[in-house]
Write a protein that binds this ligand. Sequence first.
Ligand code: F6R
Length: 640
Amino acid sequence: DVVYRKFGGCNTVSIIDRYITKSKINIVIKNISHTLRKDFFMCGIIGYIGTKKCVPKLIGALEALEYRGYDSAGVAYIKNGNVEIKKEKGKIKNLKDTLDMDVDAYIGIGHTRWATHGEANNINAHPHKNGKVTLVHNGIIENYIEIKEDLKKKGYKFTSETDTEVAAALLDELYSKNSDMVKSLHEASKIIRGSYAFVILVDGDDNIYASRCASPMIVAIGNDGYYVASDVPAILAYTNKYMLLNDYDIVKLSKDKIEIYDKDLNEIEKEIKFFEGSMDAATKGGFEHFMLKEINEQDKVFKDTVNYYFDGTIKSLEKSFSYLKNFKKIDIVACGSAYHTGVVGKYLIENYANIPVNVEVASEYRYKKCFYDKDTLVVLVSQSGETADTLAALRKAKVDGITTMAIVNVVGSSIAREADYVTYIKAGFEIAVATTKAYLAQLAIFSLIALYLGYENKNINENEFNELVKEYNNLPALIKETINNDNYSTIADKIYDKKQIFFIGRGIDYALSLEASLKLKEISYINSVAYQAGELKHGTISLIEKDTPVIAISTDDSLREKTISNIKEVKARGAYVVYVTNETPQEKFYDDIITIKKIHPILESILTIIPLQLLSYKVAKDNGCDIDKPRNLAKSVTVE
Ligand code: F6R
């Protein structure tokens, strides 16, 4: 409560962090941080002011941001001195179909929504206008009901269920007193509790205003104008020059200048950054879907990730991972597919490094009693580096004084910035909502950690190490071969219309089953479950009937016989069995087989996941699903 009041009711961790540093009252922080902390920054926002017509710019940026949500989309622009708003339920394409792309407007804002307050319909879609203020918003205003009641008493009316419309009204009220939007945003920051990135148009004013608190936002400089956006991909088709904003920064974009003010309303200069990655990620490069393109990039992603940390010598691994030797226990914490890489990581690290590894889903970990201590390393795995639950788990560990390490794709993301150690995967932008290449790159990092610690523990000797170096070098070619060696379509054709599909495996193959099953269900909407092969008979086997697909994974020689017995159990009950293996079976206990090359167990899962990714892709395609943007999902899950 002390912190809460002292900082004007705004409960962001950056504030709490500042407070920790200033006053060192950790005990207070410890008690409040888990309950106060929330990050809500799904949705994508954009603003453009310049010499080019704004609608194509806004739509292009929104398309690049669609991974942040696609429940509705909208734009507002100034035409003949008036603000016009267009919005439409569903994907950006729906909005685009209703727009005049050539409209004579040079100042505009846009939004793609992942619904939080109110259903996904046209009324709740952004932009929202109240009085003179038109606004798009990314975040959640926690005290919006309080503010709304107050504004209602003052005569404000509301049509939507959103917190955003309340922010528009609040800013209108402040603006009607101040006639200055920068000052009004500053005052609003003292009233609003929660998180926001706002981009704003004001009636009768030819500028764009923006501000943020706990939701990300950048300002970008193009040759033909200026942009504000929630993320770098939004502006990459126009420019690679951008500046990062801090909490409470306020931006005023005019035709010929950018003004930025800090939380005390001092005008400040920002460092200009240049995005140096490839812009190819934003296009499908001839592939039908981003997911297929990203699956096809995996040989390069593996190579880029491994080469960054490993030049074939133990010294190179030592440089990046020597601190790992200080820990006796590891907690791996993540969500979804990133959690699944953690399960593979557990098997690898426990087998080769002899260190006990506990893997937990972040949304559970953040609220549970943790038995970690100074010998524990908490490893957070996240492609986006912004997943709210993973970030909260990281902060919980930090508040408790536990060392943290993050395996992240997005450079400079919150998780990467806040962890004590960071290991970046080199996957590049991942656009498809269902992860593939980032998952594979995370597996590559866990393989390197197991290799390093295994060597240090003498579980891997010099000869085995040298053999493994060769395998790392050969793997990109094998990955390519596995992607191209496609007999997965015929299998997909046999299972695409089934109601449920089972995946089974033991040990590390069970870990892969988890990911294979998630991949299938999230993009094809077919119910799918992954089971430890030996566990099936304890209940779930009652679901197996004639032609129920069971995909059985077996790459671990030591568990093979047991897995084959389990396969026979389901086969005897009529299942249609696909056997995914790196062996040549002596008998035919399956219906179809997918054979993967046999390589060292540290690397085998990297190869095995590929056919399973492609199988899911093809099943979803057979079902005519929207593969890159499955329903109800978003790429960055920044809500709890
Ligand atoms: C599934 C998928 C998700 C993410 C999860 C965590 O294909 O992509 O399950 O793995 O939402 O996201 P990150 O890795 O960004 O923390």
